[in-house]
Design a protein around this ligand. Structure first.
Ligand code: HEC
Length: 199
């Protein structure tokens, strides 16, 4: 059995059992690009507990484990999991800690993001066959000016769906796209407009 089965919750137990046989109970049965916002939200509601269980499993090594444990208590900046067409057509849910929520949620062209801001972005994919699959948790931390000039003082981190910290080259795998595409808005991509929660 997977660790997911330890939680007693009908859908979670069921999804863990079915996962062992290769399919998830949260599968919407149609391709991700055909899902309405409401349908994507239903998939998320079904997956949410298993997603969080996965991210918090195991040692976090260089990633602060307390942030992974607590991000669900931060402010939710997207009202439903939206698929912007980046991040491998993933559906994304964005959370911002108290330090940064107000400024991030202005979705401004030229934000002044406070040092100590943390942003967590959960992800899942829905394949063309209609199967829902948990994806990585993406993290950004705004660090003190001059700490990491190459990334405009953003630290990038990612945790795989099973909780393993992902050893990626954050310059080429994260920062280059964020700075290249969104350098004019502080390196932030922001959720698609219809999913943004205004502060
Ligand atoms: C090909 C471009 C691209 C790459 C590569 C990329 N991102 Fe993003 N990222 C985006 C876009 C676009 C958004 C906004 C879309 C959304 O959140 O709905 C975003 C949003 C985010 C957010 C939410 C904060 C924000 O910008 O609004 C985090 C956190 C994040 N990415 C982390 C990462 C990490 C960590 C990596 C590397 C492992 C990474 N990203 C790689 C394009 C990219």
């Amino acid at each position: 059995m997977t660790n997911k089965s330890r939680k007693i919750g009908g859908a979670t137990v069921l999804s863990a059992m079915i996962a062992a046989s290769g399919a998830l109970a949260c599968d919407p049965g149609k391709p991700g690009y055909d899902l309405t916002g409401e349908e994507a939200a239903q998939v998320y509601d079904c997956l949410a507990e298993a997603l969080h269980d996965g991210y918090t499993t195991g040692a976090k090594r260089w990633i602060p484990a307390d942030k992974i444990a607590e991000y669900r208590g931060w402010t939710q900046a997207s009202s439903f999991p939206a698929a912007p067409g980046f991040h491998d057509s993933r559906f994304l849910m964005t959370w911002v800690n108290e330090t940064g929520a107000e400024e991030y949620m202005r979705y401004a062209e030229d934000p002044v993001i406070p040092v100590g801001t943390w942003i967590a972005k959960e992800s899942f994919t829905v394949t063309d066959d209609g199967n829902a699959q948990p994806g990585p948790l993406f993290l950004m931390e705004k660090v003190a000016e001059g700490t990491s000039p190459e990334t405009d003082d953003w630290f990038y981190m990612a945790v795989a769906a099973n909780g393993t910290p992902m050893g990626v080259n954050v310059i080429s795998a994260c920062s280059d796209c964020h700075q290249g595409a969104f350098g004019h808005q502080g390196g932030l991509g922001y959720p698609v407009e219809e999913a943004r929660v205004m502060k």
